[in-house]
Design a protein around this ligand. Structure first.
Ligand code: SF4
Ligand code: FES
Length: 372
């Protein structure tokens, strides 16, 4: 914990760090699927280490008191938690907008109705493929597609808005047009086409997942056209592949600016992959308040503002647009979390990153699944 911010007034604290808007609660790492693109860590947290119902509810109350508006209930598969309905109700009672991020496995119609009665605001359903063979291959699970389609129908019946989320990579990127069609058939209001990010387990499958530059360009064109054609009917969010782009993405909207994550054991993280930055220490909501972690922890303050930046970010006119890109990607590729994200065209490592991506996109070596 840093002492520097401890005695500042509420107004001064808000200047350094506005209150968080969103919180991702990774309720559990347990999951029936074995997606090769999983960004959860190689070593998953065990069920016995998970926060209890009461501990999660306390975290939700603290988040709401700090000004968090959106709560994403995620995993693993959040439906693996028996107390999912209770947790959802508690979050709704705190005034949080609740979004359930699910694979669709483990939720039957009765349970969905209970969630709807608890006040669940939104469902985000993952899609691994548009045909059975591809969906089974990419989920590492047999028969998932039919259960997802069934869940989408039930969600539609409850009136809860639905977003379909498709992580795209070399094996399914050519199916993006079919995914757009399927999302419409399922009555989704939004489709998120998110190009795979290489964190956690996904790194093990980097060669098989890496899309080609041609695929990425074609997907960008497809999405742009569909956005025009489907205006007012389907919103498409698109996370393009930054390794082939000119500028990096503003990862998490900037470090500790907008949101925070809590892992299944209560560790509070500024982003999903923050534990890959070796010098950072993480506090646990079991023994430190969310307020203190957000405003005073060294880790949350590590890359706030622009003082930590090196050149070329330091003097760049985009430094408040993309905040120097992703700290975890800088760590992974440049070996320095304060370096310019190598996805940026101004990074000295950009050409190396491009070469690596092209080389990896040419290798066919099959998926590696967890636990097999
Ligand atoms: Fe963003 Fe830094 Fe690249 Fe400028 S130099 S565009 S701030 S990553
Ligand atoms: Fe950690 Fe991007 S994933 S900053």
């Amino acid at each position: 914990m840093t002492e520097a911010t401890k005695n500042l007034s509420k107004e001064k604290l808000a200047e350094i760090a506005p209150p968080p808007m969103a919180m991702l609660a990774e309720l559990t790492h347990r999951c029936p699927l074995a997606c090769p693109y999983c960004s959860n860590p190689l070593e998953l947290k065990q069920a016995s280490q998970e926060l209890s119902t009461e501990e999660w509810i306390s975290a939700f109350q603290q988040a709401a008191n700090m000004g968090v508006l959106h709560l994403h209930l995620s995993g693993g598969e959040p439906a693996s938690r028996r107390d999912l309905v209770e947790l959802t109700k508690a979050a709704v009672d705190c005034g949080l907008y609740t979004n359930l991020i699910t694979s669709g496995i483990g939720i039957n119609e009765a349970r969905l109705e209970e969630l709807a009665n608890a006040g669940l605001d939104h469902v985000q359903l993952s899609l691994q493929g548009v045909d059975h063979e591809k969906a089974d291959l990419v989920a590492g699970y047999k028969g998932g597609l039919d259960r997802k389609l069934q869940l989408a129908e039930w969600v539609h019946k409850t009136g809860i808005p639905l977003t379909v989320n498709a992580v795209c990579h070399r094996s399914n990127m050519d199916d993006v047009p079919a995914m757009i069609e399927l999302a419409q058939r399922l009555g989704a209001r939004r489709l998120e086409v998110a190009t795979v990010q290489f964190h956690g387990w996904a790194i093990k499958n980097r060669t098989q997942l890496m899309p080609t530059k041609e695929q990425v360009l074609a997907t960008t064109e497809t999405v742009e056209q569909a956005r025009k054609d489907l205006e007012g009917k389907l919103v498409i969010d698109y996370v393009p592949a930054d390794y082939y782009a000119t500028h990096p993405k503003a990862c998490m909207g900037g470090w500790a600016r907008i949101g925070l994550n809590i892992d299944p054991t209560g560790l509070v993280l500024p982003c999903h992959a923050a534990e890959t930055i070796p010098h950072l220490k993480f506090e646990n909501v079991r023994n430190t308040s969310l307020h203190d972690i957000w405003y005073h922890s060294d880790t949350f303050n590590a890359f706030r503002g622009t003082d930590w930046m090196q050149e070329p970010c330091k003097s760049c006119d985009r430094k408040l647009v993309d905040f120097g890109g992703c700290r975890c990607q800088a760590m992974a590729i440049a070996g320095d979390a304060t370096a310019t994200d190598p996805a940026c065209h101004r990074s000295p490592l950009k050409s190396k990153m491009l070469e690596l991506a092209s080389e990896q996109a040419s290798i066919e070596d099959g998926f590696i699944y967890r636990g097999r």
